[in-house]
Design a protein around this ligand. Structure first.
Ligand code: 0X9
Ligand code: CA
Ligand code: CA
Ligand code: ZN
Ligand code: CA
Length: 523
């Protein structure tokens, strides 16, 4: 393989942001890379390599398409795992390349990862373990139309965007890494000009290629939980490892938790140390919005990285960062033993994104106002703080009526409200605890009929109250407290967790908040 050297691609280095108009031949002979770059794979060669590898290793590689490009090319992908035909309950990992079509090295990296896993399986214990214990998804070339355009006539055209015309203009192409629907369209290095190389598209997910990625990600939500826990999206160039967010210069905005940030940085630094890249927050390079990485973390809390590969280092396994695969069971475990015990058990939910809780699961709740909602609570005051305006982690918790309203009793709980978790399979070992943070506040007119209960529902539907706080005719201010309850009775079974809050008997001021629900590791 030659060592290709090409013009700088990082757009910060570009003097002009307008894309050159490129003329493409009307009829396409088999495309090929310019002389000296024959080691790179054209779309047809990617498709052939993926098909041949899947055919040769049907036990661990399954090929599929996540959808079609604007011009109708299949967006080829594989799943790599043992028992590959079965959706096993194994942590999942996603790698993608070729979002920017002139960054061909990212595509080579995705192919390299596939061959690294396939060739090392049963040979290298580390790789065998990854294939057996994880489900790896690879989308090789997110933007095949652009990649073909980029090498048309066996010359490089520096074509970055897809090949979709923008209605009402003569311009072609949307920057797919500005078109994802998380905080799409903010300021920074993203353009409303259809001719610009960073054109974001008329709306989020206006491009078929980003929609295919969005729909694939959504398809990995199983039982209410996103199965993909870690991801790398491969770009070029600059030798960078970047964590979220790119949309803000703030290190830990409200839509990130402190713990996630610490883990994102730790894993990012480890990976950078293995390949000599520079680790940094994406916005340290420049502000962007609508990127793959921000969408994956913001929407699903996938621990997601952008790698800017070198445009000279044709990928070899030195640069494969297997840590994303190895840590996919519990990225927060990188923070040490305490975090592993508390956050890497059978269940962990900071309540920042939807992880499948159902409100009013039996349809019998009586609350007319103040039913549980996952929200950013407003603070309320009535003889001292009642609903607290800050949560334990990030900016979300389950709250009884998140808004403050005009009076302290405007959005408090009236009647009974219930939430129920997804099924949680508890390992058989002893010492697992249900831990959660809660606020239970009430006014002087409260009675013992007002309550907050944590309930374990077993596989047969039997409910057992394992935690109870009851009201009393005294004024109790809101304070975040921590609860810890043994689950030994249910070890080795599948349970659901319920929280029930009630303002019963006579109407009183009752406020409840729940955050950081977890089942600890066995002791
Ligand atoms: O601009 C991009 O999309 C990425 N760089 S590239 O040269 N491959 O085009 C960088 C994305 C990283 N995110 C931010 N810088 N916010
Ligand atoms: Ca498997
Ligand atoms: Ca699975
Ligand atoms: Zn790129
Ligand atoms: Ca939270």
């Amino acid at each position: 393989m030659t060592n290709p050297t090409r013009a700088p691609r990082l757009i910060a280095f570009l003097a002009a942001t307008l894309a050159a108009t490129i003329a493409l031949p009307a009829s396409a002979a088999a495309s090929q890379f310019p002389p000296g770059y024959e080691g790179f794979h054209t779309y047809a060669e990617v498709a052939a390599d993926v098909a041949a590898t899947a055919a040769a290793h049907p036990d661990i590689v399954s090929r599929f398409s996540i959808g079609k490009s604007y011009q109708g090319r299949e967006l080829w992908a594989v799943k790599i795992s043992d028992n590959v035909a079965v959706d096993e309950n194994e942590p999942e990992v996603l790698y993608d390349g070729g979002t920017h079509s002139d960054e061909h090295m990212g595509v080579e990296m995705t192919l390299k990862i596939m061959h690294w896993l396939v060739n090392g399986y049963g040979v290298d214990p580390r790789i065998t373990n990854i294939v057996n214990k994880r489900e790896i998804w690879i989308v090789f070339l997110v933007n095949p139309d652009g990649a073909e355009a980029d090498i048309s006539g066996a010359r490089f055209h520096h074509w970055r965007k897809n090949r979709q015309p923008t209605p009402g203009t003569t311009a072609i192409g949307t920057d797919l890494n500005r078109n994802f629907g998380y905080r799409w369209g903010l300021e920074g290095n993203t353009s409303t000009n259809p001719r610009a190389i960073t054109y974001r598209g008329p709306r989020a997910f206006s491009a078929p290629e980003t929609r295919a990625m969005r729909d694939f990600l959504a398809s990995r939500v199983v039982n209410g939980r996103q199965q993909i826990r870690t991801a790398i999206t491969f770009h070029e160039y600059g030798r960078l490892v970047m964590w979220p967010y790119g949309y803000s210069y703030v290190d830990i905005p409200g839509d990130m938790t402190k713990a996630d940030h610490a883990a994102l940085v730790a894993i990012g630094r480890h990976m950078a140390a293995t390949n000599g890249y520079r680790p940094e927050q994406a916005s340290d390079l420049y502000l962007t919005s609508g990127t793959t990485r921000d969408y994956e973390y913001g929407m699903y809390r996938i621990f997601s990285y952008t790698f800017e590969l070198s445009n000279r280092d044709y990928p070899n396994q030195t640069w494969i960062s297997g840590e994303t695969a190895e840590r996919a069971d519990c990225p927060l475990g990188v923070l040490g033993l305490g975090a592993r015990v508390a956050r890497c058990g059978a269940f962990d939910d900071d309540l920042e994104v939807n992880r499948g809780w159902v409100v009013n699961p039996d349809g019998t709740d009586t609350s007319v106002s103040g039913r549980f909602a996952r929200a950013d609570p407003a603070g309320t005051l009535k003889n001292g703080p009642k609903q607290l305006g800050g949560v334990v982690s990030g900016s979300k918790a389950f709250v009884t009526g998140a808004a403050a309203g005009l009076s302290a009793t405007a959005n408090d709980l009236d009647g009974r409200t219930t939430i129920r978790s997804v099924p949680i399979a508890l390992p058989a070992a002893a010492g697992q605890k249900l831990m959660f943070r809660y606020v239970f506040a009430h006014g002087v007119s409260s009675t013992s009929a007002d309550r907050l209960a944590a309930i374990v529902e077993d596989a047969a539907g039997t409910q057992t109250t394992v935690f109870l706080r009851s009201g009393a005719p005294t004024d109790v201010d809101g304070v975040w407290r921590i609860a810890s309850v043994s689950l030994d009775r249910w070890a080795g079974t599948t349970i659901r967790i319920r929280f029930m809050a009630a303002d019963a008997a006579r109407d009183s001021l009752v406020e409840v908040e729940i955050d950081e629900v977890a089942v600890t590791q066995p002791s």
